[in-house]
Design a protein around this ligand. Structure first.
Ligand code: ADP
Ligand code: MG
Length: 277
C-alpha cells in the first residue's frame, strides 16, 4: 500500500538529510503511528507519500504506483485517493460544516445527489450531524478537527494521512479524535498518523514506527511510544472509548491499485487541504 525503498530526502542548504535511507512497508488496512521528536523527519516522510516532495534517493510506491512515474498532470488524480488531515484543521472559515465537507466533493465533480447523501453520512460518522449548519468559528477545536477528518474521508480514500491531528487538542478531545480515526480504520482505510503524543500511542497499541534524525530506529507491532511502555489501563491519560462495531462506518472497498486512467482535465489542480483562507 505504501512502500519506501531506501528513501532519503535532503533539503537544499541543510547539512543532514531530513529522511535518511528509510525502508518501510505499510499494508492495506494497517493503522501506523509515526513517532519521533520535533524535527526528526515525520512531516517530510508524509510529504513524500503525498508527492509534495521528491526523494533525493530511493523509491516511494503508493497504491502500487511508483510516484516517480506519475506525470505532473496526473498528480491530482493520485492525490484523490488520499485523505489528509493536519494539526491546524485548515477549514474554510466562510463555509458551514456541511459546505466545507461538500466542497471537497464539488471540486472533484460529484453530483449534488451524491453530495446530499454522502455529507450527512460522514458527519454522522464523526459525530457532528447536529452541527452541519454551523460555521467553523462556532465549533470547538475537537469539532473542527472532526470536520477536517470528515472532509478527508468523504470520498472514501484508500489511505488517510494525518500529521499531528491531535497536536492542538487536550487529552480528552484527542481521545475522541482517536476514536473517530479507529472507526475509519476499522472500515478498511489505511491510516498513517504522525504524532509525538505518548499517551495516545501507548493507549492504542498499534504499529509504531519511530524515526530519529530521519532514520527509522524502531518498527514495532502493537507498540507504545517508548519501547516497553505501559499498555492500556496503566497510562495516566483519559481512556480512549472503545469502538462500537455496530456504529462502524460502511466498509471502504480495499483499493490496492491506483487507477490513473481518469481524464486529468476533469480533476482540479487544488485540493481542499491545499486551500488557504
Ligand atoms: P518533524 O515533522 O518530525 O518535526 P520535519 O520533517 O518537519 O520533522 O523536519 C525534518 C528536518 O528537515 C528538520 O531539520 C527541518 O528543519 C528540515 N526541513 C523540513 N522541511 C524543510 C524544508 N522545506 N526546507 C528545508 N528544510 C526542511
Ligand atoms: Mg511535523
Amino acid at each position: 500500500m505504501i512502500l519506501f525503498d531506501q528513501v532519503s530526502k535532503m533539503y537544499r542548504g541543510q547539512a543532514r538529510p531530513a529522511v535518511h535511507n528509510v525502508t518501510l512497508d505499510v499494508q492495506a488496512g494497517e493503522f501506523v503511528f509515526l513517532v519521533g521528536a520535533s524535527g526528526s523527519g515525520k512531516s517530510s516522510l508524509l510529504r513524500l507519500i503525498l508527492k509534495e516532495e521528491r526523494p533525493s534517493n530511493g523509491t516511494v510506491h503508493v497504491l502500487g504506483q511508483d510516484l516517480k512515474k506519475i506525470p505532473a498532470r496526473k498528480v491530482p488524480i493520485f492525490r484523490r485517493s488520499l485523505g489528509v488531515v493536519f494539526q491546524d484543521f485548515r477549514l474554510l472559515p466562510q463555509k458551514t460544516v456541511f459546505d466545507n465537507v461538500a466542497f471537497s466533493l464539488q471540486v472533484i465533480g460529484r453530483s449534488s445527489g451524491f453530495i446530499h447523501e454522502a455529507v450527512p453520512d460522514v458527519l454522522q460518522t464523526v459525530g457532528l450531524a447536529s452541527k452541519a449548519d454551523n460555521f467553523p468559528h462556532e465549533l470547538s477545536g475537537g469539532e473542527q478537527q472532526r470536520v477536517a477528518i470528515a472532509r478527508a474521508v468523504v470520498n472514501k480514500p484508500a489511505i488517510l494521512v494525518a500529521d499531528e491531528p491531535t497536536g492542538n487538542l487536550d487529552p480528552a478531545t484527542s481521545a475522541g479524535i482517536m476514536n473517530v480515526l479507529s472507526r475509519i480504520n476499522a472500515s478498511g482505510t489505511t491510516v498513517l498518523m504522525a504524532t509525538h503524543d505518548a499517551g495516545i500511542v501507548n493507549q492504542m497499541q498499534r504499529r509504531v514506527v519511530e524515526i530519529s534524525q530521519g532514520r527509522i530506529v524502531r518498527d514495532e507491532h502493537e507498540g507504545g511510544y517508548q519501547e516497553g511502555s505501559v499498555p492500556l489501563g496503566e497510562a495516566d491519560t483519559a481512556p480512549i472509548p472503545v469502538v462500537d462495531e455496530r456504529e462502524a462506518v460502511e466498509p471502504t472497498p480495499l483499493k490496492k491499485k491506483l487507477d490513473l486512467s481518469v481524464d486529468p482535465d476533469e480533476i482540479p489542480e487544488q485540493f481542499p487541504w491545499e486551500l488557504r483562507a
